[in-house]
Design a protein around this ligand. Structure first.
Ligand code: GLV
Ligand code: MN
Ligand code: MN
Length: 407
């Protein structure tokens, strides 16, 4: 099992080199390095005797169907895209481990097929909307998404065509009725397991998230000649709002809110900003609290804009409700933790995952692996070999348990 863990980690490090940037890991949806990742993983899947294809949403899919097995199959996987300046393990570890799961199943007379899904898009970095890959597999892809544009003005529809895929066929990416469930292994991306000195945990649910884009518009003007009292500064308006958002989140139990992206125009040192565009990401385990918080920060934006004589425009990009993982599969994972000699720890996820979208289509479950230092979405993200090995020990028990149920 140690060897499998070492290979899964080494593969993540290899794939980390397939990046848009030479000095850091950035791999956005349908960009050139994704082709190299697909070619690399395709070869590995084929070596495992899997039938491989890329669906119209850019997800790499590989099926291993053991001879004489029932045609139902277990889906396993995670995502291939990254945030800018990412670590080497967010998403991709769940894919390289999925291949190890296939290798383990091949040694145990597994009674059904396994499909590894390497989702093309989970982070929402390129088009502002996350889970594009898993939406397609879950049958939740809304055609309106094809009109979304990236920062360079490229519509999603064109990006798909440029990658050599056919957007009209996205409907065919949906997991069929043979899919009996989806399991995702992922780094925790937080400090809980480290604080408790635990290697792995079963995930019971995933927080809901709202994402939106907001633009304050004032008037670009001369930084030297325009008196402070006569300015309509879009950047100071945005700054006031960002602090109001932070204050609300700090004062609301369990709420996290992040304005992670800001663009001021014309973005020059001697020009008052005419417009400022920001992103906002709001999360809470309870949907009512999250939606109430979004309403409140939008009211604050309007009040700030009115006082500062700015216009404000909001685009709501995502309102993803909190999702519970499938009870039965999560119980199997929890029992597998115990059977493998680990505490049966269960926890909630504060990060979004493809599993929350897949849960709308098939029973979905997740296994977390400790994140050293709780660091993620950061180049310093890491994993420990022993924790990755622990996840494989649990996987072995889980596959045996599932096989017993199916036979
Ligand atoms: C995905 O990584 C997210 O939770 O934003
Ligand atoms: Mn991520
Ligand atoms: Mn992820």
């Amino acid at each position: 099992m140690r060897e499998r863990a070492q290979r899964a980690i080494a593969e993540c490090q290899k794939i980390a080199m397939m990046s848009e940037d030479t000095d850091r890991i950035t791999r956005r949806f349908l960009t050139t390095p994704v082709r190299a990742v697909h070619a690399h993983l395709r070869a590995r899947m084929e070596a495992l005797g899997m039938c491989v294809w890329v669906d119209a949403a850019g997800n790499l899919r590989g099926v291993w169907q053991p001879e004489g097995s029932i045609c139902r199959r277990l889906l396993i996987g995670s995502h291939l895209d990254t945030v800018p300046d990412a670590g080497a393990f967010d998403g991709i570890l769940g894919v390289t481990l999925a291949l190890e799961w296939v290798g383990m199943a091949q040694t145990m007379n597994f009674p059904c097929g396994i499909e590894v899904v390497a989702f093309s898009e989970e982070e929402g970095v390129r088009f502002g909307v996350p889970f594009i890959g898993s939406r397609a597999v879950a049958g939740r892809f809304d055609e309106a998404l094809l009109a979304l544009k990236d920062n360079e003005g490229v519509p999603l529809e064109l990006a798909i065509r440029d990658f050599g895929l056919e957007p009209d066929l996205i409907g065919e990416a949906v997991a069929d009725e043979n899919a009996l469930g989806f399991v995702e292994v992922h780094i925790e991306q937080g400090p809980v397991l480290e604080a408790e000195d635990l290697s792995v945990a079963a995930v019971t649910g995933i927080v809901g998230q709202s994402r939106l884009s907001i633009e304050f518009a004032g008037q670009a003007n001369h930084a030297g000649t325009t008196p402070m009292s006569l300015r309509r500064d879009a950047l100071t308006g945005a700054a006031e709002w960002v602090l109001a958002v932070e204050k609300l989140a700090r004062n609301t139990e369990g709420l996290v809110a992040t304005a992670g992206k800001i663009t001021a125009t014309p973005n020059a040192g001697n020009v008052i900003a005419g417009t400022t565009k920001l992103s906002l990401d709001v999360r809470h385990p309870h949907d009512a609290v999250r939606l109430g918080a979004v309403d409140e920060v939008l009211e604050r934006a309007n009040a700030i804009a009115e006082r500062r004589k700015l216009a404000v425009q909001v685009v709501r990009q995502l309102d993803q409700p909190a999702v519970s993982m499938d009870e039965r599969l999560t119980a199997f994972l929890t029992e597998s933790l115990e059977a493998a000699g680990y505490p049966p720890r269960q926890m909630f996820s504060g990060a979004g995952h493809d599993a929350m979208v897949m849960a709308a289509r098939v029973p979905a479950a997740m296994l977390f692996v400790r994140s050293p230092g709780g660091v993620s979405h950061n180049a310093a993200e890491s994993v420990r070999e022993e924790d990755v090995e622990a996840s494989l020990q649990v996987a072995q028990r889980f596959l045996e348990r599932l096989a017993g149920e199916i036979r």
